[in-house]
Design a protein. Structure first.
Length: 210
């Protein structure tokens, strides 16, 4: 099934906030007659009301000054903007402690996120399915990723293996990578990458908490 390309004019940070708004709205049980004001949604998201209103304007849905936003309709509008509702097939490379922790948390996420395969270089870690997910040696990445039509990769490999593993993912057809390795990776145009360097974040927090 062919899907429309996302609106790349919307910045990654705005998309991130829209996804957060959607998550918060799904947790609202219809208080206040099923309506919410932008200031209340902003407060839940730790954002400013002005920024939240600007973000929501990009969905094309506008609330009422008297009632605010209809929760159900706003959620649908956000989902249309972020193209929610289609299955997101994911592969993870690196079955260390971090990789396993991420896999265990996937069960609590939206069912749209489906981990189709996990990869590692250590044969002992891929001798059997991991948490019910098929496991493979990294040498089979191209074959498996193409067969399962995976488009997103998660990197939880050591720093020294990050670029090579990312290159394998991209060669296999993956177009989006979440990089947990403590080094930046280079990707060609057309591939989106986001990084989470836990050590860097802790050092930043340590600086501001002095």
């Amino acid at each position: 099934m062919k899907h429309e390309k996302p609106d790349t004019k919307i910045s990654p940070k705005v998309i991130e906030r829209l996804i957060m708004y959607r998550r918060l709205l799904l947790n609202i049980n219809g208080e206040n007659g099923g309506y919410i004001f932008s200031r209340d949604l902003a407060d839940l998201a730790n954002n400013t009301p002005e920024q939240t209103r600007r973000d929501l304007m990009l969905t094309g849905y506008f609330g009422s000054p008297q009632k605010g936003y209809d929760v159900k309709n706003l959620t649908k509008s956000i989902e249309k903007t972020i193209q929610s509702g289609r299955q997101i097939r994911v592969a993870l490379a690196g079955l260390g402690n971090l990789g396993k922790a991420i896999l265990s948390n996937f069960k609590s996420y939206h069912p749209e996120l489906v981990v189709e395969a996990v990869f590692d270089i250590d044969a002992s870690k891929i001798a059997s399915p991991v948490m019910g997910i098929s496991s493979f040696h990294v040498d089979r990445m191209t074959e498996v990723v193409r067969e399962k039509n995976v488009r997103i990769g998660i990197l939880t490999v050591p720093a020294g293996a990050a670029q090579e593993t990312a290159d394998r993912m991209i060669a296999a057809g993956i177009t989006g990578i979440l990089n947990f390795a403590p080094v930046p990776i280079k990707v060609p145009e057309g591939v989106f990458v986001d990084g989470i360097d836990i050590t860097l974040m802790l050092e930043k927090i340590a600086f501001f908490s002095r």
